[in-house]
Design a protein around this ligand. Sequence first.
Ligand code: HEC
Ligand code: HEC
Ligand code: HEC
Ligand code: HEC
Length: 482
Amino acid sequence: MIGMGGSGLFKRVEIPPPPDNTPLPTAKPYGIGKPPFEAVSSVGCSSAACHGGGKLDTKFSEYSTWAATAFSGKLYDPHSTAYRVLFNEDSVRIGKLMGMKEPHKEALCLKCHATEGVKPAEAVSEGVGCASCHGPAEKWISVHMLPEWKALSNQSKFTDYGFVPTKNLVARVSNCTTCHVGDADREVNHDLIAAGHPRLSFEYTRYQFNPKYRHHWDEVLPQPDFEVRAWTVGQAATLRAAIDLLRVRAERAAGNDPKTTWPEFSGLSCFACHQTVGGEVPSNTGTVTRPLGVPAWELWSNSAAGVAAALCPQALPGTTSPDLWELAALRKLMQKTRPDPKAVAIRAKRAVAELDAWLAELQASEDKTTTRLPADAPRKFAHALSINALSMDRTKLRDYDWDALTANYLGTAAMYHASGGKEFVPKWTDPIRGLMADLEYPPRKAGERFDSPAGFGKTKRDLVRDRFRELFDVTADPGAKP
Ligand code: HEC
Ligand code: HEC
Ligand code: HEC
Ligand code: HEC
């Protein structure tokens, strides 16, 4: 089981990492990777008889809903404006600092802010269009409405036709991560961040339920099942994407690629480097010990994933908790002052295979499970997350880094939302809202170029610890003997 630093919920004995030649699982989920087909521009989906019906938020009007910025400036799909962003003040400044003349013509920016594979003359200006999430439609556009289509397996829809079966959460979220985490072909590295690009910090349920995001679909699965599963799958898929990106960077660094910084700062704890020297005396620094002077690696995607791994059978029936030994070994490698890129590349590749096997299991469960989850499933997850955030005796935080705390908080917030919020779990409301207030970025001051939680210090950390303790109490099993 993975945990942070070996204490808390996922305590385990230290064992040496498995040797590099241990056979790995071979199971792989469908829906990951780029299908080798041509993309069709969104305009090709927009006829009134197909997805351009013009009645927002209804079936057969998905194109209209996606494109609806003209109707409502407040509630719209940010993907349809993703290309336009490349002309704004922030993009122009990023471009200047990166030595680019026109960001809207840069392949780097277009990879994530436009629909890849669609010819510029056709529709680069459409932003992130249908093909970006549903797959290149060359082969499936003419058949996906036929009765025979329904009879195909998801695997075949993906492999033979290049259609991403987004109803399955593993395929869906893995696809979001290509842009929201990055992949071999596109990344937001520390250079881009330092030039002013927002840091990528994806958490699926947070993005799915972003109040400004106008969806063009309704979920088939009812709550709380949907969100408990979506959070669990989101953890696994985001972690897999982050580690595959690490693998790519490590392979490049091992091959002495002059354009690769190693280790890449955007995969390390921002707050390990960006803090005021000589500022507040560190205290309440948590019980996780890390070698001094080594910034923690990927806390964003690692910190709550152990809870998803431990509790996945409670979200997706028929699955088993993975051991994730390769990941534990990788984490150890990344705690060295200068991790050896060759060793990291090998271990990361193995960790991806291990995570793929886990994702394949989650995916299969999702495709066949029809049983509803017990009503208190979210409570169990929220409880486990509060344990995960605290030290064994719950007098301290386990890890005081903002990323680790926020990863745990976002999980509890998803569970609160899944449970129906204030009306159904009123006792969670105070700690959840308190956590949000304490972890939220303070408003940007005049002249500041970046949103950041700078100033997140002891006072806030103490409050956060108290909130997690409160949450631990209110999410305890009501039937358990004290
Ligand atoms: C790996 C994919 C990726 C690449 C490469 C990328 N972006 Fe982004 N960009 C994103 C994502 C995802 C967001 C949304 C971030 C969020 O809110 O979580 C974003 C957000 C932005 C924003 C803020 C959006 C807003 O509404 O204010 C700007 C500006 C921006 N990108 C400009 C650029 C420019 C300019 C480039 C090229 C130099 C670039 N991006 C390259 C994925 C990418
Ligand atoms: C950012 C990713 C994304 C983009 C871009 C996107 N979709 Fe979707 N779409 C989804 C997700 C996620 C679902 C929900 C799962 C599902 O039903 O497959 C969905 C669902 C759908 C559905 C099924 C709706 C239902 O009620 O069953 C249709 C049809 C659809 N999208 C068409 C489109 C069209 C047409 C476009 C382009 C205008 C588009 N989508 C762009 C992610 C996206
Ligand atoms: C092809 C790349 C790409 C894919 C795939 C993609 N996105 Fe995005 N997404 C972006 C970019 C670029 C932005 C920034 C657009 C802007 O600011 O206008 C963005 C913005 C968003 C935002 C708004 C974020 C904010 O802070 O306001 C949400 C929410 C979001 N995406 C959710 C998703 C989800 C959920 C999926 C998968 C179903 C997904 N995206 C798939 C590129 C992508
Ligand atoms: C290993 C140390 C290290 C890590 C980790 C790191 N940075 Fe940096 N960062 C730096 C250094 C050094 C600079 C350059 C400082 C300067 O020139 O003012 C910098 C510059 C920046 C800048 C530009 C600041 C300015 O005023 O122009 C931003 C923004 C930034 N980093 C954000 C981040 C974010 C977000 C993360 C986490 C995803 C991160 N950094 C991780 C060391 C780091």
